[in-house]
Design a protein around this ligand. Structure first.
Ligand SMILES: *Cc1c(COP(=O)(O)O)cnc(C)c1O
Length: 413
């Protein structure tokens, strides 16, 4: 069988070494081998394309561990091995952005004529890829309710090949029952893909819940400092050969300095995430009490859709959540956000700094849960002192109220 041949050709590149250690310890050791680098604590950054061979025999028989820059360097190996340790997968590959990791995972298991089940709350550019390049290749997508659980089965068609989860969704924060979805999916021979950027493998390990291909937008928490673009896909043993081969065929690779920034970011991922969690909890708890706020969507809170699943499956909550504000004119939103001193206006998240992005609730399936005109603002809570962030946001909410027309109904604005 073709699949078995592929398996033999692409064995798992890595044997986990650090399983006996706790996560905090593994983060310090993963991907490091000082003995191989003259004792230097960190792996060197190899800038390179060509690798010279000592003889024609070595060149033609590829006897050396490295053949060509695109196909791997000691720097990419260090990061991939670190990811294998953290994800618990059979192998991992690096991509030039989180989005390219998402599309690589999809193309790994889909062919023309196939059908894909995609969570309706998926990161927007992935939806764009499904409706664009995948459709052009003759791949059909059905968007399913992220809370569908065991009722997934009726959506599976004879040509359904994959299900994609993003848990929680990065604007609407529904937590999915991934283990149940994976059970149903595997019973029908589907591949299960998960975008786990919100939790990182420290707060949730997708492979432990039946996921075959686990994606990280490494740009976010892995790199952690808003200074590089990177994506990763980790595969279990069943999906590794196909992932590795397509990654090679597409010629995907990452610049050495960006790989190094991810390796460096990894060492502090544990302490950063813990602080993001504490700060987000403080700010979200305060926001919830404010008269301008209809609700806060944060998986650690019991009114977030799927909170019970978060409690069952996750080890923590990161720094990203959404706040739903009362209906107000557009000028009130700008009056609130534009003068903020500490919370920047910008896409992305996962860096050390706090960020806000307003979004249109009507474009998201949760719209019906909120009074008409409610406004969504996604917040990433950074590593600033939470009391300073609360003061900044409190002044913002006051400007928001001041910009609303006076109303009898005190519950609005
Ligand atoms: C940002 C993001 C991506 C894409 O990552 P890039 O590195 O920006 O391409 C994918 N999934 C989620 C959930 C994201 O938030």
């Amino acid at each position: 069988m073709a699949m078995n041949a592929a398996k033999a050709a692409v064995p798992s590149p890595y044997t986990p070494k650090l399983e006996r250690f706790a996560d905090a310890t593994r983060l310090m050791l993963a991907g490091r081998d000082p003995g191989a680098y003259h004792g230097f604590v960190n792996p060197p950054v190899y800038h390179g394309s060509t690798v010279l061979s000592p003889t024609t025999h070595d060149l033609l028989n590829r006897t050396q561990p490295y053949i060509y820059g695109r196909r791997g360097t000691p720097t990419s190996d260090a990061l991939e091995h670190a990811l294998c340790e953290l994800e618990g997968g059979a192998g991992a590959v690096l991509c030039p952005s989180g989005l390219s990791a998402c599309t690589l995972a999809l193309l790994t298991c889909l062919s023309p004529g196939d059908h894909l089940l995609m969570t309706a709350n998926v990161y927007g550019p992935v939806r764009h890829a499904c409706d664009g390049v995948l459709r052009r290749m003759g791949i059909d997508t059905t968007y399913y309710d992220p809370l569908v659980g065991a009722d997934l089965a009726p959506l599976i068609r004879p040509r359904t090949r994959a299900i994609y989860v993003e848990s929680p969704g990065s604007y609407t924060f529904e937590v999915q029952d991934v283990a149940t979805l994976a059970n149903v999916a595997h019973a029908h021979g589907l591949t299960v893909i998960a975008d786990n950027s919100w939790a990182t493998p420290l707060f949730y390990r997708p492979h432990d819940h039946g996921v075959d291909l686990s994606i990280q937008a490494g740009t976010k928490y892995l790199v952690g400092h808003s200074d590089a673009m990177l994506g990763t896909v980790s595969a279990n043993a069943a999906s590794w050969p196909a992932l590795k081969q397509l990654h090679g065929d597409l010629g995907l690779c990452v610049g050495p300095d960006d790989m190094y920034l991810a390796l460096r970011g990894l060492r502090t991922l544990g302490v950063r995430l813990r602080q993001h969690q504490d700060n987000a909890h403080a700010v979200a708890s305060w926001l919830r009490q404010q008269p301008q706020v209809n609700g806060v969507l944060y998986p650690a809170f019991d009114d977030c859709p799927g909170h019970a699943l978060w409690k069952r499956d996750f080890k923590g909550a990161s720094g990203l959540f959404s706040v739903i504000l009362h209906a107000a004119p557009d000028t009130a939103l700008a009056a609130m956000l534009d003068p903020l001193e500490l919370v920047g206006l910008g896409y992305s998240w996962g860096g050390f700094e706090s960020l806000a992005v307003p979004f249109d609730l009507a474009e998201h399936r949760i719209a019906s849960h909120w009074p008409a005109g409610s406004i969504g603002v996604r917040l990433h809570i950074g590593l600033e002192d939470p009391a300073d962030l609360i003061a900044d946001l409190a002044a913002g909410l006051q400007r928001f109220s001041a910009a609303c027309p006076a109303r009898e109904d005190a519950a609005t604005c």
